[in-house]
Design a protein around this ligand. Structure first.
Ligand SMILES: CC(=O)SCCNC(=O)CCNC(=O)[C@H](O)C(C)(C)COP(=O)(O)OP(=O)(O)OC[C@H]1O[C@@H](n2cnc3c(N)ncnc32)[C@H](O)[C@@H]1OP(=O)(O)O
Ligand SMILES: O=C([O-])CC(=O)C(=O)O
Length: 494
């Protein structure tokens, strides 16, 4: 029954995926693929004109339709509930969680190719899906894996730039610095300087994006080996897929860890446009006046040209996004959860009772801290990214004591957060689970975890960035007001 359901879902999604005017779906599906079928760039080139037309029509026919009212609460409350961004690659439902181009996480697990049938989805497949809106075949994913491997080289100055930082610098600081150093090779910046026509912006953005995505695991694993493995770097494997290669370069070759990394990179990639990292990347790519202070790193290593600042290239945009991801209420919660769990173990032991856990949660709250891994700005139910990691744990590490503690926290924390009376979502988010899985396979260095998140988030941010350029999206510049302005406005409105 379950099998039949998934087969029919698969065929439905695939037929949706290959629908083309004038061609029967099944006929097209059975066709032998040509080289342009497996080339992501050619696929995008075909799609862009129709999406440009779609946007033009939306604007001309419905440009004046109202999407809601803005209240003072929204302005003071971090713009919660205010619809204000176009983000094509994914959409978040508060109850149901994320959908990537319309597909939920369980659906992605069913239809995106794995290394073997039934394996965890390959992140390259997700990148293809986010960019084209179509479920790729295994051949398309393999071609993209190969392309990413071919682009996976990092110039020497990047390592030197990272080496200029103390080894004790936070891994995210080292990682973001490495990304900034990669920027000197931006194709977008070069094309902009040469006067590229705006209708062509998406092409060098695509080049930069794919190169950046390909290079990130190398920079990330360099940071890991520099900090934790005395600089013993492991080179890119010449046949592994993206997620598998990343785990390999970090020194992990256990097949289950490779599967975990594929799942991790897939599910952390995109969470619609308003989250801190994605929004920062999007905003900065539209417009930035940020001046990056690089004193002490050597001006000869990084030659940043502020000509590009009005349309920041993918490297600049993604570096900005990483700095947002490094905040403890956002991506750093990845590390905070495991550090918190380890502090529980230190104080109460691994087999802590639920009553002791409750006491520890209250102690955390009473000292003015948040319980990391719980709550969310938009979600109002358990994060499906948490659920799929829980399923992975039940399959691969059901007896791990830290997994058991995570399960107990699922029971203990929500009622306590509800008791506070102000927390809008007491349920666990993605970060509540990832640490114990990584820790189980030997990646125990919690301070490093957000770097993994960063590698994954490049996939969503870059996919949208390419569409930002293809669609010619406007510079983002919302209006701000002062308290006095609000007070006067409200007096007049009363
Ligand atoms: C990948 C991700 O970014 S997922 C999120 C990762 N972050 C975390 O896990 C950190 C813990 N969680 C939190 O801090 C919050 O739930 C956030 C930042 C994720 C969302 O924040 P908000 O949208 O402001 O949540 P919400 O509207 O429910 O907050 C209301 C109040 O409850 C508090 N609250 C929310 N979640 C928690 C929590 N887990 N522990 C303690 N207090 C909490 C808020 O701090 C806020 O308190 P205040 O009014 O005294 O400032
Ligand atoms: O959506 C958010 O605000 C935070 C989040 O879970 C993510 O970015 O993955």
């Amino acid at each position: 029954m379950v099998f039949n359901r998934s087969v029919s879902l698969l065929s439905k999604l695939r037929s949706r995926a290959v629908q083309q005017p004038g061609l029967g779906n099944s006929v097209r599906w059975l066709q032998v693929q040509t080289s342009s079928d497996v080339d992501l760039h050619s696929q995008l080139k075909e799609l862009i004109p129709e999406q440009q037309e779609r946007l033009k029509k939306l604007k001309s026919e419905h440009g004046k339709v109202q999407l809601g009212n803005i209240t003072v609460d929204m302005v003071l409350g971090g713009m919660r509930g205010m619809t204000g961004l176009l983000w094509e690659t994914s959409l978040l439902d508060p109850e149901e969680g994320i959908r990537f181009r319309g597909l939920s996480i369980p659906e992605c697990q069913k239809v995106l190719p794995g290394v073997k049938p039934g394996g965890e989805p390959l992140p390259e497949g997700l990148l293809w899906l986010l960019l084209t809106g179509k479920v790729p075949t295994k051949e398309q994913v393999d071609a993209l894996s190969k392309e990413l491997r071919n682009r996976a080289t990092v110039p020497d100055h990047v390592y030197k730039t990272i080496d200029a930082l103390p080894v004790t610098a936070h891994p995210m600081t080292q990682f973001a610095t490495g990304v900034m150093a990669l920027q000197v090779q931006s194709e977008f910046q070069k094309a902009y300087e040469k006067g590229i026509h705006k209708s062509k912006y998406w092409e060098p953005t695509y080049e930069d994006s794919l190169s950046l995505i390909a290079q990130l695991p190398i920079v990330a694993s360099y940071v890991y080996c520099r900090i934790y493995k005395n600089g013993q770097v492991i080179p890119v494997h010449d046949s592994l897929d993206y997620g598998g290669n990343f785990a390999h370069m970090l020194g992990f070759d256990n097949p289950a860890m490779l599967e975990l990394m594929r799942l991790y990179v897939t599910i952390h990639s995109d969470h619609e446009g308003g989250n801190v990292s994605a929004h920062t990347g999007h905003l900065v790519s539209d417009f930035t006046l940020s001046i990056i202070l690089l004193q002490g790193l050597g001006r000869d290593m990084l030659m940043l040209d502020l000509v590009a600042s009005a349309l920041s290239d993918p490297y600049l945009s993604f570096a900005a996004a990483l700095n947002g991801l490094a905040g403890p209420l956002h991506g750093l919660a990845n590390q905070e959860v495991l550090l918190w769990i380890k502090s529980v173990v230190e104080e109460c032991g691994e087999n802590v009772s639920k009553d002791h856990l409750k006491e520890y949660v209250w102690k955390t709250l009473n000292s003015g801290k948040v319980v990391p891994g719980f709550g969310h700005g938009v979600l109002r139910k358990t994060d499906p990214r948490y659920t799929c990691q829980r399923e992975f744990a039940m399959k691969h590490l059901p007896d791990d004591p830290l997994f058991k503690m995570v399960s107990n926290l699922y029971e203990v924390v929500p009622p306590i957060l509800l008791e506070l009376g102000k927390v809008k979502n007491p349920w666990p988010n993605v970060d509540a689970h990832s640490g114990v899985l990584l820790n189980y396979y030997g990646l125990t260095e919690a301070r490093y975890y957000t770097v993994l998140f960063g590698v994954s988030r490049s996939i969503g941010i870059c996919a949208q960035l390419i569409w930002d350029r293809a669609l010619g999206l406007a510079l983002e510049r919302p209006k701000s007001v002062t308290m006095e302005w609000l007070e006067n406005y409200c007096k007049k409105a009363a």
